[in-house]
Design a protein around this ligand. Sequence first.
Ligand code: XMP
Length: 509
Amino acid sequence: MVIVIDFGSQYSQLIARRVRECRVYCQIEPPAVAIDTIRSLNPEGIILSGGPASIYEKNSPKIDPAVFDLGIPVLGICYGMQFMIDTLGGKVEKSAKREYGFAELAIKTPAALFDGIEQKTACWMSHGDSIVELPSDFFVTASTDNTDFAAVAAPRQKLYGLQFHPEVHHTRKGKQILKNFLVNICACKQNWTMKAFAKEAISRIQTSVGDKKVILGLSGGVDSSVTALLIHKAIGKNLTCIFVDNGLLRLNEADRVKKLLKQHLAINIRFVNAGKQFLSALENVTDPEKKRKIVGKIFMEIFEAEAKKIEGAAFLAQGTLYPDVIESRSAFGGPTSIIKSHHNVGGLPKKMKLKLVEPLQFLFKDEVRKLGKTIGLPEELVWRQPFPGPGLAIRIVGEINRRRLSILRKVDAILMEEVKASGYYKRLWQSFAVLLPIKSVGVMGDKRTYENIVAIRAVESKDAMTADWARLPYKLLGQISNRIINEVGGVNRVAYDISSKPPGTIEWE
Ligand code: XMP
């Protein structure tokens, strides 16, 4: 495995993804990581990311300099390289000219890192500081017009530095450069596969859980379904899943998910029908945050009551993914760690004193889908678009009642049918409808109508942190709009949401 030290770069996750694309497992760690932790992880290589700080700033992030004495190859990228050079006796200064965007890289020493790459190649720069003097063992391996020290190396110590960003796709041979580092310099084996990951994850769950019982809130979404199946493979009937129908699900969703789960996952699942409870608590509530809090609180109460019925439950499993972990920096600590507050089930775990099992905590969403496929999760579950915990409550802007729920369900069902039929479903991060709290005037069959408006939202995204509205074909949008207005009573207008995230969020509430 390889460790990526995150100095705060917007590209740290990208570095991790690129390394994994080379079939080498890697983990992101903060600069404060103890040198003993690094040793115990036994990495074959270490990559120091870029970052927004300048090396000469007082509080710039630093890693223990002993990292350069471990005999493990280190690749410093941008700030990571400047940190390495500064620490080892070189000099970094503010450049006379900042450099952003494309630059032509002229390679002087093709060995190892630039193996198989033409002498001149496009690279992507983004820096205001530059090296002005190298430590004695280092020499320049590539430069650009603006930057003499675009790539440096001290091969005897296995230390390498790049001023440009090999992880972004604008650096044309960036992936090859990273692969060269991993294979030529670190001697990584490129044998990290989902099959290997699944095997290891299952054995880790077995070791940490032993013969204790685990409970899991199963929503039928890809993350909780993969978590369930993986844990089931590890501990069988000692896993109990709880599926709460909150009355805020889509048309026939509870039944469909129930059927799917029962049919394909021979897992112990308790189904709880609690729609009435949720809907009566949401009566007359229009504030989005209040809605979220009410749904969260009731879910918690129901989940806790159900969990209490499971004697000897010692662990709570959650489908937390890597982006959440990296963001909160809280979940690191191995497959089981003490409960934190940011998780889907709110304050529940703390009260219940359960330990956490988060087998997906080092995976990105697309990797979770791959893992699901590898361990035999049915396609329909693997490819489900995300659906928020508070469900349709946060897609009905304003008041929630049975009539409005029924309208939105019908609209959403048509949208889903059309998106699936068009082949767009898998390509979209999410596609859904929102019922607005305003009405508009229309004309139908020579008669004036005064009915509801629905908005359609379809976005493309990698991890929901950022998203772009999908450029769906007009023909498809037209078909969706026609069908909704013709088939759903109470709707006379359809709008398409063309906002990206940021500044919009994906959900409307
Ligand atoms: P936003 O609206 O913040 O959503 O851009 C980002 C992603 O998170 C989903 N989402 C939720 N998922 N519980 C969930 O499990 C929630 O309360 C929740 N709120 C938003 C949303 O659907 C999108 O994929």
